[in-house]
Design a protein around this ligand. Structure first.
Ligand code: 13P
Ligand code: SF4
Length: 311
């Protein structure tokens, strides 16, 4: 407890002293969310990173998020508390494999989820996040064939809602594919009034029984504004921290994960590599820093900038 107070105070002091900003994703641990300047979903964080006047961005999230912030801010320092904070989607889509995949579909436009490396973004026509993916797909003429990568669950969901037949890369999120449908059905039987709220990275069977599907911030908005009192929340458990404080009188039940999952609820082990201590140390020592080679950054910024301007 004392260490938490110490780190939090020091982080706030150093942020001011260094004209730095601390951006945190909703999947970060509670104490990091509490000390951050801004907490958001992938799209909101990319927007904040694009707009900030700070000299240093401390990104409490995973590598591809900090890398996107660096691409948008080549002249600022972007720090990531733990450089090993990866993502199963980004790490499962390697440039050489993706180039070969793309070559099989020469007439297709490439839409990629923001959960990719700079190299994959540089090979993309469009970039999207879970909150604007449907809008991005609908903005592309219907007769234009599309490759969607790397999340096959989000891709299948988008195919279903838009009626398209996009070719999907075979990737998935280890957190959102870990929900147990059987346990979820049991939970619904015990809480028949509960609304199921799911992130579109979840598997089709979970999405099929969901009452609402949306990005982290869209799920938060639904839960806050819905007249229902009980919600089963199928996404990373970190989203419950602020929500529980904001929706007094409502019950939020984390969707259960399969037996072999490391946590009874669903936590992203990559996101949780960042700790309050690591946030403090990286801000104090201004390392580890994320770097993106200039030519690569110039190519990767095109679809990111287009997304930020048009959605
Ligand atoms: P959003 O923040 O867009 O909801 O994405 C969730 C996610 O898995 C981030 O890695
Ligand atoms: Fe990647 Fe899934 Fe973790 Fe998000 S929750 S960072 S998509 S592994």
């Amino acid at each position: 407890k004392d260490r938490t107070v110490f780190y939090s105070k020091e982080i706030r002091r150093l942020l001011q002293e260094k004209n730095a900003v601390l951006l945190a994703h909703y999947y970060q641990e509670d104490v990091i969310q509490d000390v951050a300047d801004f907490v958001g979903d992938s799209l909101e964080l990319a927007r904040k990173a694009a707009q900030t006047q700070a000299d240093i961005i401390v990104f409490a999230g995973v590598y591809f998020m900090a890398e996107t912030a660096k691409i948008l801010n080549p002249n600022k320092r972007v720090l990531l508390p733990d450089l090993a904070a990866g993502c199963s989607l980004a790490d499962g889509c390697l440039p050489e494999d993706f180039k070969a995949f793309k070559a099989r579909y020469p007439n297709h436009k490439v839409v990629t989820y923001i959960n990719t490396s700079a190299e994959i973004k540089a090979l993309s026509d469009y970039v999207c996040t879970s909150s604007n993916a449907e809008r991005v797909i609908r903005s592309i003429p219907e007769d234009q064939p599309i490759i969607f990568a790397p999340d096959k669950n989000l891709g299948a969901y988008l195919n279903q809602v838009t009626g398209r037949d996009m070719v999907l890369w075979d990737g998935s999120c280890i957190v959102h594919e870990a929900f147990s449908l059987e346990k979820l059905i049991d939970l619904v039987a015990k809480n028949p009034e509960a609304k199921i709220v799911a992130h579109p990275e979840s598997e089709a069977a979970v999405l099929q029984i969901a009452n609402f599907i949306g990005s982290t911030s869209q799920m938060r908005h639904y839960i806050k504004t819905s007249p229902s009192k009980t919600f089963i929340v199928a996404t990373e458990a970190g989203i419950l921290h602020q929500l529980n404080q904001e929706v007094e009188g409502k019950q939020l039940i984390p969707a259960p994960a399969r037996e072999n999952n490391s946590c009874a609820c669903s936590e992203c082990a990559f996101m949780k590599l960042n700790t309050l201590e690591k946030v403090y140390l990286c801000l104090r020592d201004e390392t580890p820093e994320v770097q993106v080679e200039a030519t690569l950054a110039e190519q990767a910024i095109q679809p990111i900038a287009f997304m930020l301007q048009n959605t």
